[in-house]
Design a protein around this ligand. Structure first.
Ligand code: GLA
Length: 672
């Protein structure tokens, strides 16, 4: 954690969402006893308790929360206290129908589930402010309080609202951004299809229209919707910092969650936290959760973060809910720690008896804990994490960054493109997969960030780019950096208007080429590439016709209408190099391109390890800890060049081959 967080949570935090209000008080004592047995030292308390905390408007009932806060404190368990605003009580929407959200089709979403509020609703915002004020005033100085948990998974079910209140909020947001209606008309290109506005009152959210709504309008509405929810967070944050100063504040993110620009959100948090529900049936689940972890570390600008939710075993919300294999929960928990988390938490502590999530696994199962293999894994993990104080506060550093901008993602996936098959996250993964396999640690960065600390920057289809960001990327290469960029980058400006002057106008000089035409590939269609050294590969999704203007050709298309034309190019620019990839190469070919870029940039893997073994380093100014994570079902041997101590079990580790069991984990502190 940051120094700020370490004061309150000096140990690896372990625990989960705790909903004691779903249980008779007799169960609470057993809860605290089992928490102690399993090493739980932090719980996220009362995330959906609004209707219990405020059974009628303005009438608060804190007696039960007082009792459980005190019991937890006496039991040595700290509290990440929820503001409970993610599920408004029925009395609120019953009295104020207008606070319920409305879809693009004009359908109002009713209470009876959760997250049923319009983010712009003053009724909702005032009620949330009042609840949080009362909670903060009551618990700011409670000794169990470790941090505040604002809302829950903002935008998870309702990421945008299209009601009249939201429309007014959208107009105010646009007025702030553009000032006058003429600037809005220019920014949205409203001369197309006779959309020119003469008055602000005519401007609406992109509600259901006969065909595509204006893309610039859609993009601005996505920005606005992320900001509208962020304002809800800000309202609570302001109350908490006023009434409960010095207590860290977080809200739980959801990996690569498209609706919210987490770069902006993370700036307002003291600690970033994240919920990850890997699908055990997905053979690439390990790669995907590593990628989410690297994003969380990057959002917090390197600070340790919190794995706020994951599941001990099965979830309940896929069509078929496959269990985690033995050891998988432990392995994936350590993966989060390896990539910078100082907390391993779950949804939830005790499996619910009623409600929509009663079949979702938890730390404490429905049955007797002692006969549940999951409970035994929970206890073992808790005890192990209890011995990892040395890891707390240590950092992960990376020399590689992958560019990831929310507004480019939003714009890229708007309809009416040359192809709708370019998927932002799939593009990120096409790069990340190789770095994960090769144990090259990677950050994520905004294209407008200062990139000078990196040696290698990867730009997977950065479709939308501002002038300033393009200049920064150019300066990065000029000063000696290595860049790899994919097709359909640098196409539009932040208003979703084409950069004119030959594609990709902002990067033509940098890449030493011009893209003359796009040839998107239909489903299942592939192109063949031939690298200069003779290796053959395939590409899918996209191809394009390139006219080199200084770039050398590393691979050419073979056999299609683009036969003999460049597919991968490389351009020396200033002190650095810019590589361009004009299709989506198969994973082996992408690995080939990236391997040579990694070596050109002088970047080294943490360790050369057998396939399936993930290696990450965390360090402090005084110590270096190498995490070894075996994702395979069988034993592996990892060659180590330095001796050390395995922090997981305290054993000495010698130079030479180190044996890891199936889904085994080791943290080797180098030196004795
Ligand atoms: C999310 C929510 C939790 C719970 C879990 C179930 O992460 O935050 O309240 O619904 O999903 O997987």
């Amino acid at each position: 954690m940051s120094e700020f967080m370490l004061e309150r949570l000096p140990h690896m935090a372990y625990g989960g969402d705790y909903n004691p209000d779903q249980w008779p008080e007799e169960v609470w004592e057993e809860d605290v006893r089992l928490m102690q047995e399993s090493g739980v030292n932090l719980v996220s308390l009362g995330i959906f308790s609004w209707s219990r905390l405020e059974p009628q408007q303005g009438r608060f009932d804190f007696a039960w929360l007082d009792r459980i806060m005190d019991m937890l404190h006496e039991g040595g368990v700290r509290v990440d206290l929820a503001t409970a605003t993610a599920s408004p009580p029925p009395w609120l929407s019953h009295a104020h129908l207008e606070m319920l959200p409305v879809t693009a089709d004009g359908v109002r979403l009713w209470h009876g589930a959760r997250q049923h509020y319009c983010p712009s609703s003053p009724v909702y915002r005032d009620a949330a402010r009042s609840l949080v004020g009362a909670l903060a005033a009551r618990y700011a100085n409670h000794p169990a309080l470790a941090m505040w948990h604002v809302g829950n998974e903002f935008g998870c079910h309702v990421a945008a609202c299209y009601c009249d209140v939201s429309a007014a909020g959208f107009r105010a947001w646009l007025q702030e951004r553009y000032g006058d209606i003429e600037s809005l008309n220019r920014a949205w290109g409203t001369d197309f299809w006779s959309q020119r506005y003469s008055d602000w009152d005519e401007v609406l959210p992109p509600r259901r229209t006969p065909t595509w709504p204006n893309p610039s309008q859609q993009l601005d509405f996505m920005r606005f919707s992320s900001d509208a929810l962020l304002e809800c967070y800000d309202i609570e944050h302001a109350v908490l910092t006023d009434k409960s100063p010095g207590v860290p504040v977080t809200t739980n993110f959801m990996r690569f969650f498209k609706p919210l620009d987490y770069w902006k959100w993370a700036e307002r948090e003291d600690v970033v936290s994240d919920d990850v529900y890997q699908d055990p049936a997905d053979p690439e689940a390990g790669m995907r959760s590593a990628m989410a972890s690297d994003l969380m570390r990057s959002l917090g600008r390197g600070r340790p973060w919190i794995r706020m939710e994951q599941t001990t075993n099965r979830v309940n919300w896929r069509d078929v809910n496959v269990p985690k294999a033995p050891g998988q929960m432990r392995l994936w928990s350590y993966q989060a720690v390896a990539r910078g988390a100082d907390a391993v938490m779950f949804f939830q502590w005790r499996q619910s008896r009623a409600g929509a999530e009663k079949f979702h696994s938890a730390m404490v199962p429905h049955g007797r804990p002692e006969s549940s293999p999951t409970w035994h894994e929970v206890v073992k993990l808790g005890r192990e994490l209890g011995g990892l104080d040395a890891v707390c506060g240590s950092r992960v550093t990376a020399e590689v960054a992958i560019l990831h901008d929310w507004d480019s993602w939003w714009a890229l996936e708007l309809p009416s493109k040359p192809s709708i098959r370019i998927n932002h996250v799939a593009q990120l993964e096409s790069y990340y997969r190789h770095l994960f396999d090769a144990n090259v640690t990677t950050d994520f960065a905004r294209s407008s960030d200062d990139l000078s600390a990196y040696r290698l920057v990867l730009a997977p289809s950065v479709y939308l780019i501002s002038d300033e960001a393009a200049a920064k990327l150019t300066a990065f290469v000029e000063a000696g950096g290595t860049l790899v960029m994919s097709f359909f980058s640098g196409i539009v400006d932040p208003f979703e208007h084409i950069w004119l002057g030959g594609y990709p106008a902002p990067f033509r000089r940098l890449l030493g080429l011009e893209v003359v035409d796009w040839l998107p590939l239909s489903d299942g269609e592939q192109v063949v590439l031939r690298f200069n050294e003779g290796a053959m590969a395939r590409g899918d999704v996209w191809s394009e016709q390139i006219a080199p203007a200084g770039a050398e050709v590393l691979a050419r298309f073979s056999g299609s209408s683009l036969d003999g034309q460049p597919a991968v190019t490389s351009h020396r620019f200033g002190q650095g190099r810019a590589i361009y990839v004009a299709t989506r190469p198969d994973p082996a070919a992408m690995a080939r391109v990236l391997k040579s870029a990694v070596s050109e940039a002088g970047v080294k893997p943490v360790l050369e390890a057998p396939a399936g073994v993930e290696v990450v380093r965390r360090s402090t100014p005084r110590s270096s800890m190498v995490f070894l994570l075996n994702h395979r079902d069988g034993h592996v041997e990892v060659p180590l060049s330095d001796p050390g101590v395995n922090l997981v079990d305290g054993s000495e580790v010698h130079r030479g081959l180190f044996r890891l069991g199936p889904r085994g984990v080791a943290i080797i502190r180098e030196g004795w």
